[in-house]
Design a protein around this ligand. Structure first.
Ligand SMILES: [Zn+2]
Length: 181
């Protein structure tokens, strides 16, 4: 039986460090190179541990924390004003649709395309996220309601609106509380 190679041992140590693996798996020591390669395959299938945000991403976290998670529609003219040198920034669309959400303690802002029930998302560069977060912050309620009005759903969570008051506000009962309504 072959013993594990130095390369395998080193790679396993690195994976134990960076992957989200169980304490039992972390305690395993391969006796053969076959065991080592099986461990490597198993560890590679484990998700990476989330690192604390640093630099511009930490700034993005701070800015996104200032606006409620939810959906926002930003009129094209506001986007154009924010990025005056960008041409055809929305490829002819009259609004930019954004979603701010939390996943594993981290906040994200993505662009939404398509329609309710079938939205596709696109990443946004951190510098652009910072600018958009600054634009949305003082107008969060208005821009969330605009999303709701345009898609005829709750502007924050995109659920159907089932009563007249929710339809009037374009926000469902729980979501309007988030905006203090
Ligand atoms: Zn809602």
């Amino acid at each position: 039986m072959n013993t594990p190679s130095i390369k395998q041992i080193e790679f396993i140590a690195k994976l134990k460090d960076e992957r989200d693996i169980t304490p039992e798996m972390r305690g395993l020591v391969p006796k053969t190179s076959q065991e080592a390669s099986l461990m490597i395959t198993t560890f590679l299938a484990c998700a990476k541990k989330s690192q604390p945000a640093s630099g511009v991403w930490a700034e993005v976290q701070d800015r996104l924390a200032l606006i409620p998670t939810g959906r926002y529609a930003v009129p094209a003219e506001d986007v154009q004003r924010l990025f005056p040198s960008a041409t055809n920034v929305l490829s002819g669309n009259d609004h930019l649709f954004l979603k701010v959400y939390r996943y594993k303690q981290r906040l994200y802002m993505v662009r939404l395309y398509g329609s309710v029930g079938d939205f596709r998302t696109e990443r946004i560069k951190p510098a652009t996220q910072l600018a958009l977060a600054a634009l949305v912050r003082p107008r969060a309620l208005e821009l969330s309601q605009l999303f709701g009005t345009l898609f005829r759903v709750c502007g924050r969570c995109a659920a159907p609106l089932t009563d007249p008051e929710s339809r009037r506000l374009s926000l469902g009962p729980d979501c309007r509380q988030v905006f203090g309504l």
